[in-house]
Design a protein around this ligand. Structure first.
Ligand SMILES: Cc1ncc(COP(=O)(O)O)c(C=O)c1O
Length: 278
């Protein structure tokens, strides 16, 4: 395992002060960013989502500059060379026992940073997927944000491992497609890029947003979130998944359906690699 550096509230530390509501109740948010040569990539997209999550949980927004200062110090301090994966976790800190949080919250910032084993500009081999037996619960109040309650993802990742596939397509309670266990999904149909809407469940990924707002158009494609079912995926010309750490990854199989060429996905992967270099 590559060595991981940890910071708590700006100090190098590998232990968490207790109590911490992030641990006790999952009362917090996180972002996983790529860092190259000390520079966090696409920080603006991560910051937009973090800000949305903070507003949703009632975290004081005036804490954002201090969080950014800690992020940048960690990048300079331990990710100055090569590619790193940095996780920034913000919890509501300590307080009295009970779900009701103290007002105003005294946020706690935990950062971990480790070298990345691969160059994220180089796509991973195409993934083989199954449809998960587990489905994501519906919770519109938390949909889209990257909060700390990730037990569903832990269960889904265990299911993927047991089933011996690279990842699973996970549906919502209504049978609609939401995401994979740890990435957003896109399908290609003609010159359209379609990705599930995330009103009831799922995480609105930074790479999903980049594709919707920038990369799709740069590749001459129309990109849009829509309600999608498993049959839409099976009927797609191409399928790919995306997140900050893996980038854009083509799908070679979903259950019985196979794909062996991904011209549009390759075009997007090239645009993405170029975007990371900028
Ligand atoms: C369930 C889930 N959906 C989507 C994403 C994609 O988010 P991002 O593109 O910001 O990495 C992640 C990332 O970990 C995830 O765990």
């Amino acid at each position: 395992m590559p060595e991981t550096a940890y910071w708590v509230d700006g100090e190098r530390a590998a232990a968490l002060p207790l109590p911490d509501r992030g641990l006790f109740y999952g009362d917090g948010l996180f972002e996983t960013l790529l860092v190259v040569s000390g520079r966090p990539l696409l920080q603006g997209l991560h910051w937009q989502r973090l800000q949305r999550g903070m507003a949703r949980l009632g975290f004081p927004e005036h804490s954002l500059p201090a969080l950014e200062a800690q992020l940048l110090a960690a990048c300079e301090g331990s990710a100055a060379e090569g590619w790193h994966r940095l996780r920034l976790t913000v919890t509501r800190g300590g307080g009295e026992p009970g779900y009701a949080p103290a007002e105003p919250a005294q946020l706690r910032c935990i950062i971990s940073c480790q070298p990345l084993a691969r160059d994220p500009r180089i796509p991973l081999p195409a993934a083989e997927l199954e449809v998960a037996e587990l489905s994501w619960g519906s919770q519109p109040a938390l949909a889209g944000i990257k909060h700390l309650n990730r037990l569903e993802q832990v269960l889904a990742a265990r299911e993927a491992r047991e089933r011996g596939c690279d990842d699973l397509v996970v549906l919502g309670q209504g049978g609609d497609v939401i995401s994979t266990t740890s990435a957003n999904l896109f399908l290609v149909r003609d010159r359209w890029l379609l990705t599930p809407t995330l009103e009831q469940a799922g995480i609105a990924g930074t790479r999903r947003q980049l594709i919707l707002e920038e990369l799709g158009e740069a590749c001459g494609l129309q990109a849009e979130p829509v309600a999608l079912g498993p049959a839409d995926l099976a009927a797609a010309d191409e399928l790919f998944l995306c997140n900050a750490v893996i980038g854009l990854r083509a799908v070679s199989r979903l259950a019985e359906r196979r794909w062996d060429d991904w011209p549009v996905t390759r075009q997007l992967q090239a645009a993405y690699a170029e975007r990371l270099d900028r």
